[in-house]
Ligand binder design. Structure first.
Ligand SMILES: [Zn+2]
Length: 292
């Protein structure tokens, strides 16, 4: 493989993703007040030429794919919900090593990514964290007004490696009673969305199930990295138990059935399979997309 000169290109690419015109913004305002969900995948970074065996156990090492870094937005029932938060780690000046490790080709901040959907962080009512890993939870610090749904064991793991900013954020969230660790929360009950422990990626890894566009959908976090994990029933490379992971892949596929979808955490094909509604944003399902 020829190494791409992305060190030279990176500053331009990173900058270019901030300077989006209004045309690149999605028009989703009407969705939030309807009593149905619309679900979006928001890509905050893209890696090039990642060896598949870093993601799929048993895959061929010489097969390389692009890899997406996502968070997910659900709007409806008067709420704006995030599933995972993304991270600003790739855009820090000091992130050269990290960008190199993952061959990051494009990246943008959590705020800039959300802005494509016209969403300000303070409008977010709830954040579901699938697990504590940095690429899924770092961005929490932007959401001072949201309820934070996270498993106790994942919260503890997050605290162990947390920055000062994150620890202070968690303290503030705790003081305002916004840290919700149980699977069912009377305080913040949300229609047609349920959370379940599954995936075996980390101790308390959760998936988010929702009814959207008349279909059963699952945001799988890192229970699956790629569609290939699901279609070939091959486990992710990092799990507590490979057989447990494969078992949960099957359970998820059963639940969504033939017309629903399990959305893997890092597959760029999420973009080719769904309607682009803004720069780096696709609409997965909703009242105006696909079958009702
Ligand atoms: Zn991940």
């Amino acid at each position: 493989m020829i190494l791409r000169p992305f060190y030279i290109l990176a500053p331009f690419l990173f900058f270019s993703m901030f300077s989006c015109t209004s045309k690149e913004k999605a028009e989703i305002r009407p969705d939030e007040n309807r009593n149905v969900w619309s679900l979006y995948a928001v890509e905050f970074a893209r890696s090039k030429d990642v060896s598949v065996d870093r993601l799929v156990k048993g895959a061929r090492a010489d097969h390389r794919v692009d890899m997406s870094w996502y968070f997910w937005v659900a709007r409806g029932f008067g709420k704006t919900i995030l599933i995972d938060t993304g991270t600003d780690a790739f855009i820090h000046n000091s992130a050269t090593q990290l960008r190199h490790k993952w061959n990051i080709h494009t990246a943008r901040s959590v705020r800039a990514s959300l802005n494509i959907l016209g969403i300000q962080p303070d409008e977010v009512s709830d954040v579901f964290i699938t697990h504590h890993h940095w690429d899924h939870s770092d961005g929490l610090v932007h959401f001072e007004r949201a309820n934070i749904h996270i498993a106790e064991v994942e919260l503890n793991s997050l605290k162990k490696k947390a920055s000062k900013d994150m620890l202070e954020f968690i303290e503030r969230a705790s003081l305002r009673g916004a840290l919700l660790t149980s699977l069912q929360n009377k305080k913040a009950e949300i229609p047609q969305i349920t959370v379940e422990r599954a995936g075996q990626h980390t101790k308390g890894h959760r998936i988010v199930k929702l009814r959207c566009g008349g279909k059963n959908m699952i945001v799988a976090g890192d229970a699956a990295y790629l569609y290939q994990n699901l279609s070939a029933r091959l486990p992710i490379t990092q799990s507590k138990s490979s057989s447990g992971n494969v078992h949960d892949l099957g359970k998820m596929l059963d639940w969504v059935g033939s017309d629903g979808e399990v959305l893997p955490g890092h597959d760029p094909d999420v973009f080719s399979r769904h309607e682009t509604v803004g720069h780096g944003v696709v609409k997965i399902c909703g009242p105006n997309a696909g079958a009702q």
